[in-house]
Design a protein around this ligand. Structure first.
Ligand code: ADP
Ligand code: MG
Length: 339
């Protein structure tokens, strides 16, 4: 039996069904990300697992125990939110110790536990600081420490990095993952950022409109999107209608086909291409954006607009708008996707 099993979980707010019949299992020590657009039900699902939102149907099992109707305090689940929610009048160490004091733990034990966690989340030297004396990233580490110190069975993180700037965000991603592995902690992390989900997760549960539309490793979700929504959400897949797919790729399908911008090449003289690469077809560069390490081109081919990503190897190779080019498609990477 899996460590976490969710069966047929359903949650409504009045007339609004936020999610219905959600099923999944999670193994002990896994890092799962709930990924999906704003409003798809990620926070509500997380809060339901924590016991902060009572559910309208279904079951939640953890470690062989039905916790569906337990109060939050009984569940052994730690949670970190986007906003830090620290006590402003308590120091870092008192913020972290709060949960242990509530449990009436002996003060020398509390001291030891807090020290260990402070070390783990890299807050040494900040113990006597107050929240207003800390940066956003440091405050979020205090929130993390506070959730960890009570040794939860499961850690839930609801967009904990969304309020932080890009650099701190990247550091904290690594640190959360490091701590999670160190403790072997079963973790469910919420984000709407696909890059963040790809980098951090053992598995991603991709949600849309209250459903898990695909669950799998980052690699699988990225390379084998289950439907149009997934293809649109992950990467920048080109979606080509059935009729155009026949013309361009000679593929017969009733669905749209998806191909990633990095699986299309602009033909270069003298370069050898493998057998799974299509014959060249003429196109015109319409537009381009410089994204740093890649240049993203919009290309028109047979009245079809495609996005192509090329590595930004040198500025001389930039293809001007209006250039005539020949395109090659990696036929192994073209796949029909359901709607
Ligand atoms: P996400 O976290 O994916 O952005 P939420 O779980 O916050 O999405 O919201 C999902 C849906 O549930 C939205 O339609 C939202 O308006 C609704 N919702 C969330 N919380 C409440 C609440 N306390 N009362 C009523 N509706 C809510
Ligand atoms: Mg949310």
């Amino acid at each position: 039996m899996s460590y976490v099993t969710v069966n047929q979980l359903t949650k409504r707010f009045g007339e609004n069904t936020v999610f219905q019949d959600i099923d999944f299992t999670i193994e002990k020590g896994e890092f799962i990300t709930l990924l999906g657009p704003s409003g798809c039900g990620k926070s509500t699902l997380l809060r339901s697992l924590a016991g902060l939102n009572p559910v309208d149907g279904g079951e939640i099992w953890v470690d062989g125990q039905d916790i569906t109707h337990q109060v939050p305090q009984q569940r052994g689940i730690g949670m970190v939110f986007q906003s830090y929610a620290l006590f402003p009048n308590l120091t870092v160490e008192d913020n972290i110790a709060f949960g242990l004091k509530m449990k009436k733990m002996a003060s020398h034990t509390i001291k030891q536990e807090v020290e260990m966690i402070v070390d783990l989340v890299n807050l040494k030297g900040k113990e006597k600081h107050y929240p207003h004396q800390l940066s956003g990233g440091q405050r979020q580490r205090v929130a993390l420490a506070r959730a960890l110190v009570v040794k939860p069975r499961i850690l839930l993180l609801d967009e904990p990095l969304s309020a932080l700037d890009a650099k701190i965000r990247k550091q904290l991603r690594q640190q959360i993952r490091h701590v999670q592995k160190e403790l072997g902690l079963t973790t469910i992390f919420v984000t709407h950022d696909q890059e963040e989900a790809m980098i951090m997760s053992d598995r991603i549960f991709l949600m849309n409109k209250g459903k898990i539309v695909q669950a799998g490793s980052p690699e699988t979700i990225y390379t084998q999107p289950a439907n149009e929504f997934v293809a649109g959400f992950m990467g920048h897949y080109n979606l080509v209608g059935a009729e155009k797919a026949k013309q361009l790729f000679n593929i017969n399908t009733e669905w749209k086909v998806a191909i990633r911008p990095e699986s299309i090449y602009v033909k270069e003289e003298g370069r050898q291409y493998g057998r799974h690469i299509s014959a060249p077809q003429k196109g015109i560069i319409r537009n381009h954006q410089l994204l740093g390490n890649i240049i993203r081109y919009q290309v028109n081919i047979n009245d079809c607009e495609l996005t192509i990503d090329l590595l930004n190897r040198s500025s001389e190779r930039l293809l001007a708008n209006g250039s005539q080019i020949e395109l090659l498609f990696n036929l192994n990477e073209i796949q029909p996707v359901r709607n």
